[in-house]
Design a protein around this ligand. Sequence first.
Ligand SMILES: [Ca+2]
Ligand SMILES: [Ca+2]
Length: 545
Amino acid sequence: MRPGGRIRIAFVLCTTALCACAAPPAVPVASPTAPAPAATLTPRVTDAPTATPRAARPTPTPDRRPVIASPAWFNDATLYQVFVRSFYDADGDGVGDLRGLQQKLDYIQSLGVNTIWLNPHYPSRTYHGYDVTDYRAVNPQFGTLDDFKALVGEIKRRGMHLIVDFVANHASKGHPFFQDAYGNPRSPYTRWFLFKDANNLSYDSFYGVADLPEWNHSNREVNAYLIGAAEFWLDLGVDGLRADYARGVERWFWEDLRKAVKAKHPDAVLLGEVWDGEPSTLQRYFDEGFDALFDFPWYLRLSGGENAVGKGVLNGAVDPLLLQPAYRAMLQLYPRGAQIVRFASNHDTNRIASSVQGDPARMRLAAAVSILTPGIPIIYYGEEIGMRGVKGPGPIYDEFRREPMDWYASEAGPGMTTWFRPDNRNNRPHDGVSVEEQDGDPDSLLNYYRALIRLRNEHAALRDANFRMMDAVPHCPTCMGLWRWAGDEVIAMIFNFGGQRQRAMLDAAASPAPIGAPARFLLGEPQPLDALEIGAWGAFVISWQ
Ligand SMILES: [Ca+2]
Ligand SMILES: [Ca+2]
């Protein structure tokens, strides 16, 4: 943390969103899975004059966009991304596993999350698992197929959902089919890969990485094999697939996958990773058969890029207006029913806490804008406690973004994974970043995440597709605002992406619906709407019902 930062941060926190809790922090409790304290975001009614303008809902104009029959349940999802190796170790070998994950479902549910995305759980030759050697088995380090079935059963019993990673672009060099075909042109698997010489020694691979030979999707047998693997997991009760590197795979594969999956599992969600800064690129993949895509255009502008620190909208480095195209694409470009997944970091990016250089105010702003604005939020494990992570200095890199989930102040205790503990790691004992240190503190980042997710779960207007961007927030050039509504409720939200305190004005006349009732402040202290004191990196969320 920078010199002087602490003073400024304390000011920020006590003047913006969440300083209703004047009581000193509670003593942290010993159990990292104790129920969340009841404290947090009690809506307060403003004593300011209520807005009286009446405005009509947006006039419906003919919407000629195509429609995707996406699974309705996914609109109400809040996701949690689990890198299994780093999460919770049930058998004491230092490596996270499926039984460990099952033991921490109480914790995950305590966040308000209802859907889990697992990074690859398949047998693999690497620690990260994106080189699959068997598409129908569980990495023995993580457990057995029976452990997987037990996990699915418990997730279903709780009314939760599970999405698994699906790697269709490439295999592992260690995959038995590739092993058979490599250097052996007479192998029955020769046409399963993209060999470039007569001896089957040179081949196309993911970004030229020899360990990741690409599948040949022009071969129907390959596609049947991969689609069969997808169905195998869906038949076991999995609720969806997160398609790795979707843009590496030909369109016909995704179309065929959708047809096969939806015929038997119409409620399964197909979530694609299309790493691109342009909404028009994402649009193509909705056309190819995906229900849902990660909002990379939004993420890249928010954070300034996957390797950035101190860049992007979230650091005041660029105008928050740059976020608007990502939102507007949801209204104008993507098909109706398209599902956008909103994330502030993932296993391939610097963690958001590091991107904002550990500033608690901006960590909270990142959480609020990710969880409350239109889209389906996903939280990368550990983000909710502010775990740090930046690309490593080499020769290892991404491990530093996938460090062991920090359960304990001491980084030691039951379930703590220990597979990656170099001296120059990002997260340390007694740094305030652990579940144990934050669980019982009503003012902690962890409980802020819980409160935000609770708001999303309790207000249909925070999940519904209706929204409208504010063209500007009067008097606050660093602010972004938008309206959301559902049923009888209208919600306005304003985010200040700047390091200066501002006096913003909410233009109530621009409301998409009548807002005669008193305003309830879901986030931020009640204030007159024409003079909202918004702190640096602050947020207001205001409801009329
Ligand atoms: Ca283990
Ligand atoms: Ca720590």
